[in-house]
Design a protein around this ligand. Structure first.
Ligand code: ATP
Length: 135
């Protein structure tokens, strides 16, 4: 069993899709071990997205993730990292995410793709420390 960090980003919270995301996580058989709604400080956003520092969309990404409340969750289960990424679908909600996934079903733009999930055991460990240091 492993843990992953899941975020419902400000677009997902704004659009009332928190329940939908949680419902899919639970129905898949993954377990919530921590959950909190919060405003994201700029420093936390920068740390979370540090790997994208040099990307052209980094500024917009920080603006967006700090633009409203986020729901952060620690999710646990067998192959939880890959399992949540399967539920989320690919980063580009039209070209990569397929219908039946969260992004494939509910969004159109890569910038506003509703959810985040850690992409490797190393990222999960790093990100869970940022969002849930107490865990
Ligand atoms: P996340 O890390 O949020 O789960 P991801 O791993 O699917 O997403 P990354 O390539 O790590 O995708 O990009 C991180 C986030 O940056 C994306 O989820 C998206 O919100 C934003 N992003 C990625 N590419 C672009 C782009 N070309 N234009 C605007 N925003 C982008």
């Amino acid at each position: 069993s492993e843990r992953t960090l899941v975020l419902v980003k400000p677009d997902g919270v704004e659009r009332g899709l928190v329940g939908e995301v949680i419902s899919r996580i639970e129905k898949k058989g993954l377990k919530l071990v921590a959950l909190e709604m919060r405003n994201v400080a700029r420093a936390v956003a920068e740390e979370h997205y540090a790997e994208h520092k040099e990307k052209p969309f980094f500024g917009e990404l920080l603006e967006f993730i700090t633009s409203g409340q986020v729901v952060a969750m620690a999710v646990e289960g067998t192959r939880a990292i890959a399992a949540f990424r399967q539920l989320a679908g690919g980063t580009d909600p039209v070209e990569k995410a397929t219908p039946g996934t969260i992004r494939g079903d509910y969004c159109l733009e890569t910038q506003y793709n509703l959810v985040h999930g850690s992409d490797s055991p190393e990222s999960a460990e790093r990100e869970l420390k940022i969002w849930f240091p107490e865990l």
